[in-house]
Design a protein around this ligand. Structure first.
Ligand code: ADP
Length: 163
């Protein structure tokens, strides 16, 4: 039976840390669905459509990765698409506490769904969507932290007058 997994997140915007985790997960599972959460509670910069489109572009060359949007409980979405595993990425120690609590809560809600956490690659330990947004907003260069087309979208958002 083919093993399908989901990788949920806000992806505001997608960055190389996410991409690294997704590529590695796509080597473990037959199919990986990048699930872009449509209505995150945190302040977001990019619209749902923009976040989804950037994720689609980032994975266009990987045949077993698809991108979808969702709202509601992640475990409900996992069940809906027949995924038995949710992939998460772990960076520094501060992630662990949050991810640990999320994994336990999800296990309580859906004992049939497993959380699989992959440890970040060394180069991406300090990459987060919020850090890339902050760097670009201050005029810094995020090349190497995000794909070039995401860097260009960020510059367009923060500095529309440069168009
Ligand atoms: P962010 O924390 O960057 O705003 P998301 O809510 O989109 O990201 O996160 C989706 C998943 O990706 C989470 O499991 C998060 O821990 C993981 N993740 C985010 N950044 C990295 C990174 N640099 N390396 C590994 N995993 C990461």
């Amino acid at each position: 039976m083919s093993q399908r997994a989901i990788f949920p997140g806000s992806f505001d915007p997608i960055h190389n840390g996410h991409i690294d985790i997704a590529r590695r997960a796509a080597g473990i599972f037959d199919e990986l669905i990048i699930c872009v959460y449509a209505t995150p509670q945190k302040n977001i910069l990019f619209s749902f459509e923009e976040r989804r489109e950037m994720a689609e572009r980032a994975f266009a060359d990987i045949p077993n990765i698809t991108v979808a949007g969702y709202t509601g409980l992640t475990v409900d979405y996992a069940r809906k698409v027949g995924a038995k595993c949710m992939v998460r990425g772990l960076r520094v120690f501060s992630d662990f506490d949050y991810e640990f609590r999320m994994a336990l809560a999800n296990k309580k809600l859906a004992p049939d769904i497993e959380t699989v956490s992959l440890i970040t690659s060394h180069d991406y330990t300090f990459v987060s969507s919020s850090s890339v947004k902050e760097v670009v907003s201050l005029g810094g260069d995020v090349t190497g932290m995000v794909p070039d087309f995401v860097r260009d979208e960020l510059i367009r958002k923060y500095f529309p007058e440069r168009e």
